[in-house]
Design a protein around this ligand. Structure first.
Ligand code: NIG
Ligand code: FE
Length: 483
């Protein structure tokens, strides 16, 4: 059995080493310099203590972290690309026998061949050194679509779906999102924070370091605000970087029509959101809507997304999932950052998204769990849409693992492993407007990496269910170590 540990700000190994040295010297009576053992031990203790203080201030070492000699250092891209698309999606940049240096600010200082880095950093000292010989290193994974704040599971619906019930049948009977809304309403902020944090800890072990997180099980403002506050509070303390997406239009609340719900969102919720954001209570950057037949149709979706955009939010929404609604065309016209699902995208929609470089966020777990047709990933990539991947973690599709999502993308949607990795890193980061800081190992970006115990990175996708992730580093610090 493997032991799994989530480490938040661990004691650096170098400090542990000094304490160990001190205790091993207690056996001798007089040192070479003629000090008593007590004096000598005190001197070492003081020097360790000073080193600890200095390292807290970032002074004892010239840099935070060196990851060296990786058989494959998978940087993904190196020209500060925002996205990779077309044939380029199948090109992943790899440095054979590579090393990477991360500075005290957690950002990448240098990346290159082990020899070049060794020559460039001869006088440098590092707080953490990761020996990666025989191993491979990839950027922290980026999950482009999740609904991670909720209470009350839906295992009973899974059973009903296995027996033949469809997603929309369950939805129309008040189950599905309606079920989760009722449970989430009944939960306190504290309960939701705890559940959210437990889920994040599990995602971290699967290498996720950047996450899009939606509200959307509140629907009324009081509960949407509660969810956005939970996302904001947990984001401040968890190692996973979180981008918050306001999804007040996830479903039409009980007792309202879609037109009435749209009016409430546009006239009441979005202005209240702007005020709460200005007051620092919440930090949504994106706006979402479930654009679907019988939920929010094109007209309402357009009104909600345009109002959110006017309020400074970027558009990143659910579209063309269960029925064709021309969401792709709508998103391209509005200048959306990303559109998710797209199982029923039209040819015109593909051309429009490609032209405007709108990221297509594909969610293979949805098609898998609902037994529906997966989106036409191959056609979309060939059309030039930058494709990203998300877990769609929610009570319908209970998946916390991006390596599993990549495996499904390859098998069910015929993506290559290179395309799946690009989709789960740089393109996914772009769908959250984070391509400048995440999604590849380039100088100036976050020092967020996943170390694999295999010399070929492809084992991350190939080894189903239990990927060979040895450690996860956020800003150069180990936040998960498999032992
Ligand atoms: O992306 N399609 C709408 N939203 C989610 C499902 C949410 C739920 O069923 O609770 C999705 O699959
Ligand atoms: Fe979703």
């Amino acid at each position: 059995m493997f032991m799994h540990k989530v480490l938040i700000d661990p004691v650096p190994l170098s400090h542990r080493h000094d304490y160990f040295r001190t205790s091993s010297l207690i056996g001798s009576k007089i040192t070479k310099k003629g000090q008593t053992i007590v004096e000598f031990a005190a001197q070492i203790w003081i020097s360790s203590f000073l080193k600890l203080i200095m390292s807290q201030a970032g002074l004892a070492y010239t840099h935070r972290t060196l990851i060296k000699n990786a058989d494959q250092l998978v940087v993904v891209c190196s020209n500060k690309e925002r996205v990779k698309k077309g044939k380029d999606m199948d090109q992943v940049e790899i440095i054979a026998n590579g090393s990477l240096v991360i500075g005290h600010d957690g950002k990448i200082v240098a990346v290159g061949s082990a020899d070049a880095i060794a020559a460039q950093f001869t006088d440098a000292t590092f707080e953490h050194v990761v020996e990666a010989k025989g191993k491979s290193v990839v950027p922290g994974l980026c999950d482009a679509h999740t609904h991670p704040v909720w209470s009350g599971d839906r295992v009973h619906e899974f059973k009903a779906k296995l027996a033949g019930a469809t997603y929309l049948q369950i939805h129309e009977m008040g189950g599905g999102i309606g079920f989760t809304v009722r449970h989430t309403h009944a939960s306190s902020e504290e309960e939701l924070e705890e559940l959210f944090e437990q889920r994040l800890n599990r995602m971290l072990k699967f290498g996720t370091l950047l996450l899009e997180a939606k509200s959307g099980y509140g629907l009324d403002w009081a509960n949407e605000l509660k969810m956005l506050k939970v996302i904001h509070a947990v984001a401040k303390r968890h190692p996973i970087h979180i981008v918050s997406n306001y999804c007040g239009a996830h479903s039409v609340p009980k007792g309202l029509t879609a037109v009435e719900a749209t009016k409430d969102i546009v006239e009441n919720q979005i202005p209240a959101l702007v005020k709460a954001k200005e007051a620092g209570e919440i930090d949504p950057e994106l706006i979402d809507v479930f654009c679907e037949k019988g939920v929010f149709e094109a007209k309402e979706s357009r009104a909600i997304l345009a109002a959110g955009q006017k309020a400074g939010l970027k558009i990143n929404f659910h579209g063309d999932e269960l029925n064709p609604t021309h969401s792709a065309e709508l998103g391209a016209e509005l200048g959306a950052l990303a559109i998710s699902h797209l199982e029923c995208i039209s040819e015109e929609g593909m051309a429009a998204m490609a032209e405007k470089e709108v990221v297509g966020v594909l969610l293979p777990t949805t098609a898998y769990v609902l037994r529906i047709h997966p989106p036409p990933a191959r056609k979309m990539i060939d059309a030039g849409i930058p494709v990203a991947l998300g877990s769609d973690f929610n009570p319908n599709a209970h998946c916390l693992s991006m390596p599993h999502v990549m495996n499904l993308a390859c098998v069910m949607m015929r993506m290559t492993m290179n395309e799946a990795l690009v989709a789960a890193t740089i393109n996914s980061a772009a769908s959250m407007d984070r391509a400048h800081s995440h999604g590849s190992l380039e100088v100036g970006k976050q020092g967020d990496v996943v170390v694999l115990s295999t010399s070929s990175w492809e084992h991350l996708i190939y080894q189903q269910v239990d990927p060979p992730i040895e450690s996860v580093l956020r800003a150069g610090k180990v936040v998960f170590q498999r032992s």
